[in-house]
Write a protein that binds this ligand. Sequence first.
Ligand SMILES: [Zn+2]
Length: 157
Amino acid sequence: MKESRNVESFSLDHTKVRAPYVRLAGRKVGPKGDVVTKFDIRFCQPNMEYMPTGGIHTLEHLMAEYVRDELDGVIDLSPMGCRTGFYLTVFGEQDEESVAARLRNVLSKVASWPDAEAVPGVDPVMCGNAADHDLAAAKKWATAWVAGIDRKGWSCF
Ligand SMILES: [Zn+2]
């Protein structure tokens, strides 16, 4: 196994975590004292399951739109390349429990998204792969995330 000197998630033992969860994955202080925190928002049990591209893409659009209504200081929400979750980067000292509570609101909204209602940004002008979306899959993963957090809590263990 090749070690990494630079990437936080490469030092996480992905065989020990229990998805879904919210985990603080990084904290940086800028030269002017601003704090930025980064969270690992996991949906799938690593190396057991993963989201198909259409589903994670639609989930990204819906979460990106609504997480900013719930949480102040959102810098970025991006899917992980392994397609088992997202990284959420925010300004300020935010904690896992409150981020999980805000995300639960966002994902409850996604889970009950009306099938007939357009997903924000699904358009060749606003999206780089507007053909690759799957609302049913996004709703399924959102529902599973909320149910999992309600059952086991937000912790990764
Ligand atoms: Zn897109």
